[in-house]
Design a protein around this ligand. Structure first.
Ligand code: NDP
Ligand code: 2IT
Length: 450
């Protein structure tokens, strides 16, 4: 379709070197074609041209002093992508691979993800190329304060509400909240993922991982399947991976792997969740330490992965939960998963599967939950935190968890009924993209050309 191609070519020409953003945009633009054909109003209002362009991009310098007294300079980003459905909402990522293209891809995905939750939140994302690995607690604090000393003027509880992502968890949110409060002189719900002691919501820490497993459960239920007694593989060993593993156990499944950027653990009898939490949440050490306590488990460093594959996906499984980072699961990994009988992939991470891998999953008609649907439980629960902050109340864990499960069910139903409406009932990529797009596009039209 020339129209979609024209917009895509325009993007490449005007936003050079943003590979991950092109990848995210291409998937969405291609899969919403049937909706563009069905509803001419979207073309008349130039929704496509407008939606791929962030409303505002904030790029800033972050200087701070390390423990040796040396000045360090990093890049800071906050991309306020789309506010048709509510205040900009999305995480902050601290990782050396962060650049404008990575933040734009994440912000773009966030628009549709947030729309799918059915809650009033727009799409945004931010972060820095700061590398938290090996930094002291004081260095983390100084960096977070320096980062917030610029960001604070752009955000607010009704404007833009950041949260965590890779490299940003409860500790970093605490330091950033403290600096915001000092500079703005306001104690308000400007960040989510806060500590339970001062404004956080029960269940937010667990939400993304739990949500990705709920999503898998609902996909499988429709096919008369359950996770009970099934072997599952999980990648990553951060927030999303840990609580994916926890919920898998609660549903009677057996998660046998986890990983980090240095290697992977295969524990045939099931990952020791308490040990994993202790290593990653308390001691903050590398995953390779796992075998010190569990010598029967197998650690494979990335250098020993077979050429061109992520060894996590070579372990035979019923369901896979990619929960580390973008493009961690390629075509070859997808072929191996399918050949080994995997029938469910639920993405806790953002865009973990390459486009070729996605095509294989969709063509094979397995239960494939794309990230913007399957990992939306995190941001949805962030919005539940905003609701509690705004009404100065606190809900119980059970209340939050029940709302999360219902939201994940609604997202599944919305994506699958939309997929069916457009004639491809098992294609949740198409279903999620069109369902999210329609909500945002209609709001943009109704709010006029702003
Ligand atoms: P964490 O920082 O807690 O953990 C990230 C994990 O992924 C670590 O095990 C890390 O290993 C691994 N990882 C990161 N980058 C790479 C890489 N380039 N190659 C291999 N492994 C890597 O982050 P989260 O668990 O919060 O986030 C994981 C994914 O989930 C991301 O895609 C994020 O965008 C997404 N997500 C997170 C949400 C949240 O609420 N936190 C919500 C929705 C999606 P190492 O320590 O070696 O870097
Ligand atoms: O990718 C994501 O959805 C997140 N990192 C969570 C965002 C949020 O605002 O909770």
């Amino acid at each position: 379709m020339p129209y979609v191609k024209e917009v895509f070519d325009y993007l490449i020409r005007t936003s050079p070197a943003q590979t991950e953003f092109y990848q995210a945009a291409k998937e969405v633009l291609e899969s919403i074609r049937p909706a563009l054909d069905k509803y001419p109003k979207y073309r008349q209002h130039k929704i496509i041209e407008r939606i791929v362009e962030p409303e505002r991009q904030i790029l800033f310098r972050v200087n701070w002093v390390d423990d040796n007294g040396v000045i360090q300079v990093n890049k800071g980003f906050r991309i306020e992508f789309n506010s048709a459905l509510g205040p900009y909402k999305g995480g902050l990522r601290f990782h050396p691979s962060v650049n404008a293209g990575v933040i734009k891809f994440l912000g773009f995905e966030q628009i549709f993800k947030n729309a799918l939750t059915g809650l009033q939140i727009g799409g945004g994302k931010g972060g820095s190329d700061f590398n938290p690995k090996g930094k002291s607690d004081n260095e983390i604090m100084r960096f977070c304060q320096a980062f917030m000393s610029e960001l604070y003027r752009h955000i607010g509880p009704n404007t833009d509400v950041p949260a965590g992502d890779i490299g940003v968890g409860g500790r970093e949110i605490g330091y950033m909240f403290g600096m915001y409060k000092k500079l703005a002189n306001r104690y308000e719900g400007v960040l989510t993922g806060k500590s339970l002691k001062w404004g956080g919501s029960l269940g937010r820490t667990e939400a993304t991982g739990y949500g990705a497993v709920y999503f898998a459960k609902y996909m499988l239920e429709d096919r008369g399947e359950t996770l009970e007694g099934k072997r599952c593989v999980v990648s990553g060993s951060g927030n999303v991976a840990i609580y994916t593993i926890e919920k898998l156990y609660q549903l009677g499944a057996i998660p046998v792997t986890c990983s980090d950027s240095s290697g992977m653990i295969y524990d045939e009898s099931g990952i020791d969740l308490e040990l994993l939490k202790e290593l990653k949440e308390q001691k903050r050490v590398r995953l390779s330490e796992y075998t010190t306590y569990k010598p029967m488990a197998k650690y494979t460093p990335v250098e020993e992965y077979p050429e061109g594959v992520n060894a996590v996906y070579s372990i035979p499984c019923f369901a896979a939960f990619p929960s580390a980072t973008q493009n961690e699961l390629n075509e070859k990994d997808a072929e191996i998963l399918l050949a080994n009988g995997c029938i469910c992939v639920s993405e806790g991470a953002n865009m973990p599967s390459t486009p070729e891998a996605v095509d294989l999953f969709v063509d094979a008609k397995i239960c494939y939950g794309p990230g913007k649907a399957a990992n939306a439980g995190g941001v949805a629960t962030s919005q539940l935190e905003m609701q509690q902050n705004a009404s100065m109340t606190n809900w119980t864990f059970e209340e939050v968890d029940a709302k999360l499960a219902q939201i994940m069910k609604n997202i599944y139903v919305s994506a699958s009924t939309t997929a069916a409406e457009f004639g491809e009932p098992t294609n949740l990529v198409l279903g999620a993209n069109i369902a999210g797009f329609r909500k945002v596009a209609d709001a943009m039209i109704e709010q006029g050309l702003v």
